[in-house]
Design a protein around this ligand. Structure first.
Ligand code: FCB
Length: 447
């Protein structure tokens, strides 16, 4: 593998999944606090009131990052910690936490990469209609500006909204994620307003490097049957092109709007397409789809009873392709990452890229103080090789962030799915480097 000397080697987390301390220092309530309190929403009734206690243990965690030799750390800011009601009053103590964290990172020579929204909407905004309500986008832009004013002196790279597809369609169509609504038409509005939130905020973060963050899947048809080919067009449209064309071209693909039976004003689409400096890509798995009747529902089935996130495309089935899977049931295909990167270079040539999440959950076992996660090492190696090949082929890829630095609260799956390079013993909060952490560290040091 070959990487440029200034390649950004990082690892990622998000606030709700690691911080805990959900009532400390004036933090407000988020939709995930409400959702996790409802029976049947999260496997085993897990919640994130303590999570991995990063709010109190951030110094130890930064120390671990330094030992690993990370050049950058991608984290998110909790909106209700900074602005408890989602509008108006800013909670200085909330901002102070991120000041302490970023100071500590900088002291250790680690670049802070900040994501403004990783799904923890203030509950007050959900009560005002949530993301289907256009006003939420404007509230986000105000919040973004407040965080930017406080931290722009120490944070240079900013991401707006993490994975708008998930926030919209898992939150408002399938109901697998908070707020758990199953209102397909509202989910489409939410998707647009999340994009709008990105565009409005991007225009306010002047002087910083700003990116959008999307989760992309290469989609292939199960056969050359026209129904399968059309299914692939539809899923690629809903999952990838709606967000990519919106953010990077300021114009949504007409076929996707037709599939959903909606239209959005040209002014709005231009707002979505605010100029940005880079695109953050989260990649986990490929999709193989069929439009023929009788296929099975989904390759990445939700853990709890949910509806479909595939608004207007409910007839499409997701087939396995016989590839090895992680403990999420997600197929492993490093070449899917390479294809995704090459496709971005072809279809959106002007934008620099970063892989902002990539990783795998496996059923790790702690034995004699060690975790021999050979499958995760192979996963990381395969995907980093795909990155290296893409760079060789001319893709402007600037960095790679492993998901995740540490085991954490995996949303509706709770604590049962471990994605970390670092094992966390949840009852004692002890951190233990897995073999993959040692491997990643050696890779960074020798690159
Ligand atoms: C992504 C999320 C991240 C984590 C990984 C496994 O969709 O952004 O928080 O849950 O998946």
């Amino acid at each position: 593998m070959k990487f440029p000397a200034n390649f950004v080697w990082g690892a990622a987390t998000s606030a709700y999944q690691i911080e805990g301390s959900t009532t400390a220092d004036g933090r407000g309530v988020s939709i995930w606090d409400t959702f996790t309190a409802q029976p049947g929403r999260v496997v085993a009734g897990d919640h994130a009131q303590v999570a991995i206690d990063h709010y109190n243990r951030y110094r130890e965690d930064v120390q671990i990052m330094a030992e690993l030799g990370l050049k950058a750390y991608r984290f998110s800011v909790s909106w209700p910690r900074v602005q408890p009601d989602g509008a108006g009053r800013i909670n200085a103590k909330g901002l102070d936490f991120y000041r302490r964290l970023t100071d500590d990172l900088l002291e250790h020579g680690i670049q802070p990469w900040l994501t403004l929204y990783h799904w923890d909407l203030p509950q007050a905004l959900e009560e005002a209609g949530g993301w289907p309500n256009r006003d939420t986008a404007y509230r986000f832009a105000d919040y973004a500006e407040a965080v930017h004013d406080a931290l722009k002196d120490r944070v240079h790279t900013w991401a707006t909204v993490n994975e708008p597809w998930c926030a919209a369609f898992l939150g408002y169509a399938s109901g697998e994620h908070a707020p758990g609504r199953r209102e397909p038409a509202q989910a489409v509005q939410a998707a647009h307003h999340l994009n709008l939130a990105h565009g409005l905020a991007a225009r306010r973060l002047t002087g910083s490097r700003v990116g959008g963050c999307v989760n992309l899947y290469p989609v292939r048809p199960a056969s050359d049957d026209p129904r399968d080919v059309d299914a692939a067009r539809r899923i690629d449209g809903a999952q990838n092109r709606f967000f990519l064309d919106g953010l990077l071209k300021g114009a949504y693909p007409q076929d996707v709007l037709d599939d959903w039976g909606v239209s959005f004003s040209q002014e709005d689409q231009e707002l979505v397409g605010a100029p940005i400096d880079l695109l953050l890509i989260n990649y986990y798995s490929p999709y193989t789809v069929s439009g023929a009747p009788g296929g099975k529902a989904s390759a990445s089935a939700a853990p709890t009873d949910t509806g479909s996130p595939w608004v207007g495309n409910e007839h499409v089935s997701f087939l396995g392709d016989g590839l090895p899977t992680t403990s999420m049931g997600w197929e492993v295909e490093p070449d899917g990452l390479k294809r995704t990167l090459l496709r971005l270079k072809r279809d959106y040539p002007a934008i620099p890229l970063v892989v902002s999440e990539n990783g795998a959950a496996y059923d790790d076992v702690l034995e004699d103080g060690a975790v021999h996660d050979t499958e995760r090492v192979a996963f990381l190696e395969g995907h980093l090789r795909a990155c290296s090949e893409a760079i060789e082929a001319g893709v402007p890829l600037e960095g790679y962030f492993a998901w995740s630095l540490m085991d954490n609260f995996e949303w509706a799956w709770g604590y049962g799915k471990r994605f970390g390079l670092v094992y966390v013993d949840f009852p004692t909060q002890k951190r233990i480097l897995k073999d993959s952490a040692h491997w990643y560290s050696r890779t960074i040091m020798s690159a």
